[in-house]
Design a protein around this ligand. Structure first.
Ligand code: NDP
Length: 247
């Protein structure tokens, strides 16, 4: 798997799964950019870790739900690193509440970040991918998007939507050397699951046939493969990395 000269961009690369994906892509890319929402300290830390791997790295603060901000951030990255070869849409948020009590604002906000955000970034690279005749797009969805999950009408809808987006763009770009895939993580140890209370978390683990939470590395290894040259005949795929939760 050789991507030596490639540039990768990972949204939500400051922490958790996105940071680990950025680091795993750094093993094979020359340049890695991350976008983050507001945690500059965490983003700077990721950049330092990337640089230790001898890649050029940069972090740009950008709310992916804001189309104009995304286009500006991509311009900044492309001015510094040239066209983006590998795009990983990982930025995501939750605002859980039973559907009856969920506000329209919280429903819309989660869709705006998790789903519209990926649409914005894909648009920002689409022409470059056509010109390059090569590309990798990877969208981080969730088992919630496949199974549904009580309290996550907004999140599960956004993640199911990402699967539709993945398959559509995969079809559009299939004969242009660009693959578009999705990973559906199960429960992964990050700040996102750290916010769950003990009881909910132990119920979650009980639902995993492998009886453990996943790690960001579990996702990053699958992500690195799907973004590699070796995965060139895989497109439109939805890969669960969930310890067997959804089968
Ligand atoms: P974290 O909460 O640990 O990190 C979220 C990342 O997204 C941070 O880098 C954050 O930036 C960034 N982010 C949040 N909102 C925005 C925004 N509006 N614009 C740009 N960046 C943003 O999440 P995880 O690592 O746990 O999750 C990563 C992805 O994996 C998400 O899409 C999530 O839905 C998905 N996933 C996670 C699972 C889990 O169990 N953890 C399970 C299934 C899917 P900042 O640091 O600046 O806040």
């Amino acid at each position: 798997m050789s991507l030596e000269q490639k540039t990768a961009l990972v949204t939500g690369g400051s922490r958790g799964i996105g940071r680990e994906i950025a680091l795993s892509l750094a093993d094979n890319c020359a340049q890695v950019a991350i976008l983050y929402a507001g945690r500059k300290d965490a983003a700077d830390e990721t950049v330092r870790e990337l640089e230790k791997k001898n890649v050029k790295a940069m972090a740009v603060q950008c709310d992916v739900s804001d189309d104009a901000a995304v286009q500006a951030a991509f311009k900044q990255v492309k001015d510094a690193f040239g066209p983006i070869d590998i795009l990983v849409n990982n930025a995501g948020i939750t605002k859980d509440m039973l559907t009856l009590r969920m506000s329209a604002e919280d429903f819309a906000k989660v869709i705006a970040v998790n789903l519209n955000g990926a649409f914005h970034t894909i648009k920002a690279c689409y022409r470059d991918f056509l010109k390059l005749g090569w590309g990798r797009i990877l969208n981080i969805s969730s088992v919630s998007g496949l199974m549904g999950n009580p309290g996550q009408a907004n999140y599960a809808s956004s993640k199911a939507g990402l699967i539709g987006l993945t398959k559509t763009v995969a079809r559009e770009l299939a004969n242009r050397g660009v693959t578009v895939n999705a990973i559906c993580p199960g429960f992964i140890e990050t700040d996102m699951t750290g916010a769950m209370n003990e009881e909910v978390l132990s119920k979650a683990v009980a639902a995993v046939p492998m009886s453990r939470l996943g790690t960001p590395k579990d996702i990053a290894k699958a992500a690195a493969f799907l973004c590699s040259e070796d995965a060139g005949y895989i497109t439109g795929a939805v890969l669960q990395v969930d310890g067997g939760m959804y089968m």
